[in-house]
Design a binder for this molecule. Structure first.
Ligand code: SAM
Length: 271
């Protein structure tokens, strides 16, 4: 028996969302307007949307600035997106997995403004990918799971403070903007969502000597977050190094500020 093709709406988009691609399409005009207002795009901005889907954010953004780029992995969406975009402006579509896109190359001699209602299953990899290209990015406005935004913005002593908080706050200012209820999406996700703004810090103010070393220290410290730093960082940083950085080895990772991790990672490692 042959399967009938998925039903399509008037714009030619399939009415079936692909769960494995994190497709929860925004249909709440008030939320779209709040995001556009938060981004406040200006003509000339190099706006790049991650996962344009059926264009809920793309078209209002295009209406504001006339041209932008969008990166979409689902090839079934490309043709109807390109078609519908012509009424709003010039949309350059990159058919790719966003994790394979070199933002630094895409930025050329400028800086990108990244926007996206992200596929929630890929949130952390996308955030870390953007961090790898932080100097090519002017700012980011992302819709994520509310719980992820809370982790991104939390500070020492908070139970959700962890690797994601430290890594993002070391390189960016993180500002949660507003929450969004499941009913604003189709299909509705099982979780609340939130929009967050990330602004990469100027490179000269970050103060991290060796980004790989910093990432390794933070990963190890939170890998065993219930342990003291002396134990969690065993084999990565010794107690003398911690004390040289002014950090007590009997503390736990969740008690340290971002600057403490930076100081520990910056202590030169004896050859
Ligand atoms: N922006 C649309 C909206 O707000 O309605 C769609 C958002 S939906 C939550 C996530 C979008 O990301 C989908 O269009 C999905 O196909 C796309 N996507 C999923 N994985 C991707 C990847 N690895 N690279 C680029 N886009 C991806």
């Amino acid at each position: 028996m042959s399967r009938s093709p998925p039903r399509r709406n008037a714009a030619g988009f399939s009415e079936l969302a692909k769960k494995h691609l994190g497709q929860n399409f925004l249909h709440d005009r008030a939320v779209v307007d709040k995001i556009v207002l938060a981004v406040n795009p200006q003509p000339g901005d190099r706006l790049v949307e991650i996962g344009p889907g059926q264009g809920a954010l793309t078209f209002p953004l295009l209406d504001r600035i006339g041209e932008m780029t969008a990166i979409e992995f689902d090839r079934d969406l490309l043709q109807p997106l390109a078609q519908a975009a012509t009424a709003h402006g010039t949309l350059t579509l990159i058919a790719a997995d966003v994790l394979s896109v070199d933002f630094t190359a895409l930025a050329g001699d400028g800086q990108l403004r990244l926007v996206g209602n992200l596929p929630y299953n890929l949130s952390s990899p996308i955030l870390f990918h953007a961090l790898d290209h932080a100097s090519a990015v002017r700012d980011m406005h992302f819709m994520l799971q509310k719980e992820v935004v809370e982790r991104m913005a939390s500070g020492p002593g908070n139970k959700v403070y962890g690797r994601l908080s430290v890594m993002l706050q070391a390189y960016c200012t993180v500002t949660p903007l507003f929450t969004v209820a499941p009913g604003s999406f189709r299909p509705a996700p099982k979780v609340d969502s939130a929009v967050v703004r990330l602004v990469p810090r100027p490179p000269q103010t970050i103060g991290i000597d060796d980004p790989r070393r910093f990432a390794a220290v933070v990963r190890a410290a939170f890998g065993q977050r219930r342990k003291t730093l002396r134990n969690a960082l065993d084999g990565v940083v010794d107690s003398e190094t911690m004390m040289a950085a002014g950090v007590r080895p009997d503390l736990r990772a969740e008690q340290l500020a971002v600057a403490d991790f930076v100081r520990i990672a910056n202590v030169p490692v004896a050859a």
